[in-house]
Design a protein around this ligand. Sequence first.
Ligand code: OAA
Ligand code: MG
Length: 558
Amino acid sequence: MPTIVPSPPATASTERLLHDPLLARGTAFTPAERTALGLHGLIPPAVEDLQQQVDRAYVSFRAQNTDIRRHINVRALQDSNEVVFYELIRQHVGELLPIVYTPTVGEACERFSAIYRRPRGLFVSYLQRGHLREVLRNRPRRDVDVVVVTDGQRILGLGDQGIGGLGIPIGKLSLYTALGGIDPARTLPIVLDVGTDNADRLADPAYLGWRHHRVGGADYDAFVDEFVEAVRAELPDVLLQWEDFATEHALPLLERYRERLLTFNDDIQGTAAVVVAALTAACVATSSAVRDQRIVMVGAGSAGVGVCEQIVRTMIAQGDTDAQARARIQVVDAVGLLTDDRTDLSPAQRRLAQPAAAVRAWWPADGAPDLLAVVQHARPTALLGLSTAAGAFTEAVVRAMAGAARRPIIMPLSNPTSHSEADPQDLADWTGGAALVATGSPFPPMRTARGEVAVAQCNNIYVFPAIGLAAVAIGARRITDPMLTAAADAIARNATIHTDPRGAVLPALDRLADVAIDVAIAVATAAIADGSADPRSPEDIERLVRAARWLPGYPPLT
Ligand SMILES: O=C([O-])CC(=O)C(=O)O
Ligand SMILES: [Mg+2]
């Protein structure tokens, strides 16, 4: 029988040891700690180690019968004991990722108000404008390394979710910790609640956000400006990640702030880096370089434009001039090929437009060139889609491409599955199994005569945790294009296809935490090279990156 030693009375700090998810150890408090801290009687008498707690949590997780219930289950665990939560993810990453993150997190955003339990992060409401600095000052913990902020307007492919969009920053920051080793105590998810235009949310009596149509125009810009100024004043060194803003805001916000603080847009830059990583790995597998490719991109939204610009930078890094690189990339949108005589293009789209005069030579007599005509003329070796046009990569298009490329690189990148430009199995069938395929949504392996071939899923999860780790480890001041190019190269080097010809053109998901170290070292090295961080030796960089990682465990209480 253990001796029961009289304990000090419960205090506010006892309350925190039991209920603050960053301090709580539950049944893992040792008998001596229970005595010293006055915890006898407040937790069950069983004494468990972390592994026993994880096993118990896993049984509870497995007992749930739908993905949203699994999500609620693990989020409740996160809100009660973060060490167990992160150790559970570490041990079951393949099973937990789609629950904590895409795709289930999307449903959690849609049902945010219905499943809301405990506060996490910061709700920055338009109603508090003029006082955002005070709101920032109310953050639960003073020191923050990474903020992920959304205004909930374009949540994954699910559109406007208003305040429910907060689910995305919560999910992304969970992966910053699980994969990038960012200390969970130093992360802060934020939603800017500027209203919602989602009629279902506005009509829902349980909706927890500001019941008001979205604020736009100059009022919106002023509000975001006030928010950024509050962040700069309160958290001058923080990494601020923009997430799931609508196209109309995403690029302008990035351009407005990227030179002024440590910031990047995950959907534009993170997605572009992972797509270029997959493209690079596919090129290596075909013994070519990115600059050897003829590329057709279908879709000219902010993601499509961001990917093309990252490809241009990669080709330039491989020796092309800007003009040579742009001449290798044809962009097709719903109207047709982007040409410089079109009057409907944004400045960013215009930079990717081809000279109309050159196109006229093969322009079909009966109208604007469609995708098939562009493919027949441009004879691409790589066909990329960020169009949300389901099935846009038709059999005719793919067969025309396969005639011109021995191993066509085909990437239907639109999300979710129902928007994908093609089904990978069709791509395999139409190219005799030769296609190198990466998608946006998860797909099962392709069945080919060579056996099953893995399909890479181009998700920015390969990028952002490593960017965060690099920035924290070396104290980066800016996120620059060369840092993203370095990330893409490092991800590509780790692709499975280099060691397994039937493997994916990206690393396996269960290697993500290890790959993040490699990527972070590459990103940190690039940051130092372009003056975005103070000089360090290669040994120092590696040591700092490894030392910066928070890993789940219970250090001895002193
Ligand atoms: O969250 C994800 O899975 C990828 C992403 O950023 C988006 O789709 O907006
Ligand atoms: Mg996103």
